[in-house]
Design a protein around this ligand. Sequence first.
Ligand code: THU
Length: 165
Amino acid sequence: MIRTNNITFSYTEYEKTQELESGDMELVVAARETALNAYAPYSKFRVGAAVRLESGAIVCGANVENAAFPSGICAERSALSNSISNLPHDKPIALAIAAMTEYGLTEDPPSPCGNCRQVIAEEESRSGNQIRIILSGKDKTLIVKSISNLLPLQFNRNNLKISLP
Ligand code: THU
């Protein structure tokens, strides 16, 4: 039998940053401030990511570029590497992303690249928690409840048929 299936996903859209609840607003501000620390001399596209952990702590990361382009790292992976390296048992529950060009914050909410989506998916598997992802543009913000909304039919440890601690 042949069947065509559809995958749908939902996201919440906020027209203005001020409409966010205070914890999310705080995370967005942290992501925006961290974007200012980006090392992005090549693209001049500065990205900041802020991870909220179960304890309430916030861990941030920015994109760090390199003259050998593939050696650079995105803000999302920078932030998650930071939180896993320093607070491995404190699980991420949310991740905010903000980006700016030389003209300021991007109008469009920044969306994580495929590589970062895969890394966020791994962190959901590792922690067993869903991670809310907050994509924050200058005014507009989009929120999804889990990376599965941005990475359907994902490859993860279940595909390897192994169970890890
Ligand atoms: N970048 C991020 O930090 N996160 C993304 O999800 C997309 C792209 C960075 C990588 C590079 O330093 C710059 O933005 C331009 O692609």
